[in-house]
Write a protein of this length. Structure first.
Length: 181
């Protein structure tokens, strides 16, 4: 099955389910972060849109644990950079309908919490097709210590078709379990 066909199928399922009632355990995220023993964790996370796993409570939880949070801003239709964010900071909606921080303090996260459309047991991620995260991860290399995807268990498929530029993840956390390398 081609990537676009998989995207359409999984997004249709995700949009039809009551995913808002499913929650990811914030404490499991904290455990993954602490186990990595990073001196100064800087978390790059997404602000949820449509039927994505909600990160709003996760952001609030991590802020209360004194972690620095950043959100992505899309640049030039191909690049993405991360900028500091605190709960209640003003956001604006970009042309893709994604909230981005108005304040512009650029940072380089060492932990990324990433949205996805589908995944497989080998931690391959299928995104929305823009390649923003793959390019960012390719550019950042080993500076990203943890790549954590958030998904609902029904987003798992047998095999995600991959190409040479696709970046796999270190962890995928669903409402039911943790997949890791």
């Amino acid at each position: 099955m081609l990537k676009n066909q998989i995207r359409k199928k999984i997004l249709k399922i995700r949009n039809s389910k009551h995913s808002r009632l499913l929650f990811i355990d914030k404490k499991k995220i904290l455990k993954i972060i602490k186990k990595a023993n990073i001196k100064k964790p800087l978390i790059g996370i997404y602000y949820p849109v449509n039927s994505e796993v909600s990160t709003i409570k996760i952001i609030d939880f991590l802020e209360k644990k004194k972690f620095e949070i950043s959100l992505p801003i899309l640049k030039n239709n191909i690049e993405m950079e991360f900028y500091k964010y605190k709960t209640n900071d003003p956001l604006y909606i970009n042309k893709y309908g994604i909230p981005e921080p108005k304040k512009k303090t650029k940072v380089k996260p060492n932990i990324l919490i990433i949205p996805l459309v589908a995944f497989d047991k080998n931690l391959n991620r299928l995104g929305y097709g823009g390649g923003f995260y793959d390019r960012f991860l390719g550019r950042m290399g080993r500076n990203i210590i943890i790549k954590l995807g958030l998904a609902f268990s029904y987003q798992m498929i047998k095999r995600v078709p991959t190409e040479k530029f696709d970046q796999n993840l270190d962890f995928i956390l669903t409402e039911k379990e943790i997949f890791k390398k």
